[in-house]
Design a protein around this ligand. Structure first.
Ligand code: CP
Ligand code: NVA
Length: 331
């Protein structure tokens, strides 16, 4: 193993370290499925690949490999970071609109999985149903990466922790306050924070709390890794003393018909100047984007000096490349 956890952002790795991480051939559906060492291996490889990219050094670690990218929902960051990432790693990415595949006309996931596995070296999928992604992973004997489901957005949560590590130097013992919808982002962050020993407080309106199974998994992981998981309905209580303030849209993809009712339900859960005043003075502000200014976050805070949202967006590229290299690289 890389012993990366102990070194937190130590030396650069090379291609042979990829095999030592032992992740080749695995899927990435949920941060909860990863070991702590695997999480830090992703961060170490991302750090190395970011430096190589910045120095203009070739890093064709996935030469000749092809990633299929199935999208049933819109995307800017996920699509572009995975596609550019594959190119930078010397491979190819195929954009597959789910509506253009036979899957959109009812071909079973288990058939699609076995067919695609005979052409491709990996699949990234963004869709609604998390169980569909689990089926895909079960039937495709190549790595499957969850690029967002209604339940989880693990690649974003890993990128967020990588970005927090860059800004704060450590993760253990920090407090993240997540304000807003207990959606795929909140669920993924619960898994991710608990896994690395970060405290997380999620404040959501009654009826919009995170998934109870995810909360239970995070609480168990937090117990093991020495941190706290709190689910509250008071945004001010969550924000108190936070090192990181995080929010996401109030209406996620697929929930558009609920927009008006959600807008009402989430009043008081906005990250604004008053909420910022409750957090630590050096707190950073995060948002996975796209953002709805004036709803979950004010323009002032999003564009303010404590916001790191565009670092997060950039880091999607470096972290996605690390995930692809670790799962699809076998040199
Ligand atoms: N944050 C994120 O996943 O963005 P996209 O929806 O643009 O991919
Ligand atoms: N919760 C949002 C995240 C977008 C990246 C959604 O699912 O639409």
């Amino acid at each position: 193993m890389l012993a990366a956890r102990k070194k937190e952002f130590a030396n650069e790795l090379d291609r042979t370290d990829i095999r030592k991480a032992g992740m080749a051939g695995k899927d990435l559906l949920s941060v909860h499925d990863l070991s702590v060492d695997e999480v830090y291996a992703i961060f170490e490889v991302a750090k190395t690949l970011k430096k190589k990219q910045q120095r203009g050094e070739e890093h064709h670690w996935l030469k000749g490999k092809t990633l299929g990218m199935i999208f049933q929902k819109s995307s800017t960051r996920t699509r572009v970071s995975f596609e550019v990432g594959m190119w930078q790693l010397g491979g190819t990415a195929l954009f597959l609109n789910a509506n253009d595949l036979q899957i959109g006309r009812g071909e079973p996931v288990k058939d699609t999985a076995r067919v695609l596995a005979r052409y491709l070296d990996g699949i990234m999928i963004r869709t609604y149903s998390h169980p569909d992604v689990m089926d895909l992973a079960q039937y495709a004997d190549i790595p499957v990466v969850n690029g967002l489901t209604d339940l989880l957005h693990p690649c974003q949560a890993l990128t967020d922790l990588f970005t927090a590590l860059e800004h704060k130097g450590t993760l253990k013992g920090l407090k993240m306050a997540y304000l807003g919808d207990g959606n795929n982002m909140a669920n993924a962050l619960l898994h991710a924070c608990a896994k690395v020993g970060m405290n997380i407080a999620v404040a959501a309106p009654i009826g919009y709390e995170p998934h109870p199974v995810v909360v239970a998994e995070a609480q168990h992981a937090a117990l093991v890794h020495g941190s706290a998981v709190e689910i509250v309905n008071d945004p001010r209580a969550a924000a108190a003393g936070a090192d990181i303030l995080y929010t996401d849209v109030w209406t996620s993809m697929g929930q558009e018909t609920e927009q008006a009712i959600r807008y009402k339900a989430f009043q008081g859960f906005q990250i604004n100047r008053e909420i910022m005043a409750l957090a630590r003075p050096d707190a950073i502000v995060m948002h996975c984007l796209p953002a709805h200014r004036g709803e979950e976050i004010t323009e002032e805070v999003l564009e303010g000096p404590q916001s790191v949202v565009f670092d997060e967006a950039e880091n999607r590229l470096h972290v996605q490349k690390a995930i692809l290299a670790l799962l699809m690289g076998d040199q």
